[in-house]
Ligand binder design. Sequence first.
Ligand code: PLP
Length: 364
Amino acid sequence: MLPYLTNHFGNPSSTHRYGVEARYAVEKARRRIAKLLSLPNPDWAIFTSGATEANNLYLRGIVELRRRGGVACHLLSAATEHKAVLDPLKEAANAPGVELTLVTPDSEGRVTSSELVDHLRAETALVSLMLANNEIGTIQAVPEIAAAVRERSAAMIHCDAVQAAGKLPLHFPSLGVDAITLSAHKFHGPKGIGLLVCDPDKALAPLLSGGGQERNLRAGTENVAGIVGMAKALELAIEELEELNTRLVPLRERLWASIASHCPGAVRNSPSEGSLPELLNVSLPGFEGSRLVQALDERGFAVSAGSACASSQSTGSHVVLAISGGDEARTRGALRIGLGRDTGWAQIEGFAPALAGILAERDS
Ligand code: PLP
């Protein structure tokens, strides 16, 4: 990234040599990402400021076109999606003629294809389902669900693949969806750069108008260094993926065993099968997750109570609330523990005793 923050400072839309140099870097990154994700064409990769924008662009873009055409529109998604999907869908559903159905997943966070297709209607325009949950790690059977939707409906299918990218093999055609979204910071790339993958020739109303960049879908000068960084980070993450996942599963399982033995009453929110190796979500009912986060931070453990993006909200995790059947104590006491390439056995062994010490202090 450094050359594009220093010497190669051109604007990719400029036609002089500095601009051409920057354009070359952007298009090279686009081709690299297209190859890594097996996209039909590099033009399907549309750079945005992050996954919030990419989700908004696709979801709002589809609804807006229908709305302008006066076509009634039904949207279908799940209660455990990230807020960057739920909020644009809810806002879209405030408009007349637009309706939203959110299915509640089972206690492991899974949506079944039979349940989802039951909610399809003739006017369903959009189905949105994430590939892996960012709070509890549940991997959704997206290819199977997408195939079931396709059999019965012409709805566009969107998949927030943000938490899965760099952690699961990601082959776009195998997902069977129309669009996916990614965010570079989820795979050790820079923050503030993301990606919408979709067919740029299929109509979508852009969120922004202006310079016409990204095939008129995302106006504004490209974040050249961010784009270059995202492509490289994705390449590295995919290279390391298998080895990292193999290493993390025993760490995660040991962490849970140790929490279960040191902290009686702890509940595991992340499934042990069919979930991302790097996430363990547990609840300590009767305790306040946000307070535990603070106390753990003082002892050198950086965890969160839910999604980092919602940390400033005190309502607790909407994901744990949905999978626990509305159990408020379990929701308030949720901790999202992320493991990664820098997590080692010493941290795993030290965590539960530190947590138990905090719980004992709070109890006394
Ligand atoms: N979707 C999921 C599943 C996420 O975890 C996040 C947050 O990291 C987002 C969307 C939003 O991404 P960004 O922060 O790049 O806007």
